[in-house]
Design a protein around this ligand. Structure first.
Ligand code: 13P
Length: 248
């Protein structure tokens, strides 16, 4: 039985004050939450977020990492540094990084490897573009994304990976995949894993992301292969985020 995981991705939204308000707001309502809950904050707030949530059920994650561990890479942050704050999770390959910062499937696979090698759990984001969906290429797109990572790290390593399926056309648009659309792609992703190892396919958590909110979370999470959510906009509203956390 896979545990429900709800992860928030604040993207580039926060301030010292907002970190306090948002995290304390969520922490206040966590007692009846059964899901595993992770909040991925911008780098400058990792320390503050980690301090506020120590010994709580709420875990903190980063949103990206560099493929190198140290050296002359101005402006970059390594897995080691993220680990140094006691942070356990990192988003890898978000569609915004793929489209705005040129992260290819190969780079994303290397990032997954670096995260795993350094004891971080990657939240590996995959998902098709609108054009790919409209041309009937959703399966091809997610297969390329997943297979690039399997080739790099091996299927065994997926024991330490969380997958987030985020159709790019559903991110920040208010358009959510229907439960059937999402379930079909989740089942396909699980099938891709199963082609390599059935047990790992069954134990890997596959989250849905893309305009998930308090109104649509229940029917999405009720789907057999949807194990939780990766939430953008709604994770910036503590009441909405808590409601989503309680759906699990
Ligand atoms: P929204 O929930 O705002 O659509 O964002 C989803 C997302 O990109 C999470 O990583």
């Amino acid at each position: 039985m896979r545990q429900t995981i709800i992860a928030g991705n604040w993207k580039m939204n926060a301030s010292k004050e907002a970190v306090n308000t948002l995290l304390l707001g969520v922490l206040k309502g966590m007692m009846d939450v059964k899901s595993e809950v992770i909040v991925c904050v911008p780098y400058p707030y990792l320390c503050q977020a980690e301090a506020l949530t120590t010994h709580s059920q709420l875990k903190i994650g980063a949103q990206n990492l560099n493929i190198n561990i140290s050296g002359a890479f101005t402006g970059e942050v390594s897995a080691d540094m993220i680990k140094d704050f006691g942070v356990e999770y990192v988003i890898v390959g978000h569609s915004e990084r793929r489209s705005l910062y040129g992260e290819t499937n190969k780079i994303v696979a290397r990032k997954v490897q670096v995260a795993l090698d350094n004891g971080l759990t990657p939240l590996l984001c995959i998902g098709e573009l609108l054009e790919e969906k409209e041309s009937g290429n959703t399966k091809n797109a997610v297969a390329r994304q997943i297979n690039a990572v399997i080739e790099r790290v091996g299927i065994e390593s997926f024991k330490g990976v969380i997958i987030a399926y985020e159709p790019v056309w559903a991110i920040g648009t208010g358009i959510t995949a229907t439960p059937q659309q999402a379930q079909d792609t989740h089942a396909y992703i699980r099938e891709l894993l199963a082609q390599n190892d059935e047990n790992i396919a069954q134990s890997t958590s596959i989250l849905y992301g893309g305009s998930m909110n308090p109104d649509n979370v229940d029917e999405l999470i009720a789907c057999k292969d949807i194990d939780g959510g990766l939430i953008g906009g709604a994770s910036l509203k503590p009441d909405d985020f808590l409601r989503i956390c309680k759906a699990g």
